[in-house]
Design a protein around this ligand. Sequence first.
Ligand SMILES: [Zn+2]
Length: 304
Amino acid sequence: MQEEKQTNITDHLLDVFNYSFVETMPYGFFWTKDARYMPVNLVDKRYHCPKCQQEFTVKYHHTGVTYFSKTRMAAQRQIYAELGLDFPAEDAIAAEQPFHYEAIGYCQACADQEVRQSPEFGQRIYNLCEKLHQADELLAAKARRLMDQAVERWLTGITKSEQLLQYDLSSHEALRDLICAIILEDGEPFEAVLKEYSGEAMALAEEIRALNAKAPETWTAYTARSTALYESMADDLYHEYTVVFPEAGQQARSFYVQHIIERDRVEMFLQQPRITTLEELFMDAGFHEEWIDAVVDKGLSLQE
Ligand SMILES: [Zn+2]
């Protein structure tokens, strides 16, 4: 439990999951005069779910023009046509008129019915990877909650200042050591969640591995993408000039879009180290300063 987390397995797993299934472009050098790209005054992204007809808009943080690859622009032209929208004239885009980025896919509710139950081979592989990813994230969240509860339980048992004074509270360091010891002593619930996770993660990994062994090199499936995530408007790279960020403060939702999945990246996601020991679990959750504040507050309330 260190503040400077040496190995944060969960964050690393999230990065690899995103690299494998969400934003798959590597960082690349970019030259604005490159004829394969064009500057666009991109203002927002409009999401359309054809199943329930729901539409919603996410505003982009505006910092000037965003560079689109021409292939991405050609794909946008097709999506506009599919939606029955008029595509802006070339000179309007060149004159930096506001441009709306359109996306067709499933909203979360429709994806729950259509995508996540799909028996289709390639979709199933992704669905299982998504499940494994959710299990990875849930373990970290559960560990954090259990740590909060362990500190809370211990503090509830302290009703007199003498009880606190038997501990070394002389420094920040001493308080940290004390809190770590309290959490470690309360290990049983952590073992239970870790055991549950390990069983689920192992079973999922085994199922994915067996399917992936029979998969082609690449295939297309619907993958979830948070509407709060940045996005590159180039197909083969990301760079400050090609990336857009949603404005802060907008509701984040999952939206399912068609995505090319690579067998090697599925394998890479499976091969990452996952949490197997209590020590890793504690290290991963990290130390939280709020616990020190809670102990100090308790001490102060008992002095009154
Ligand atoms: Zn829908």
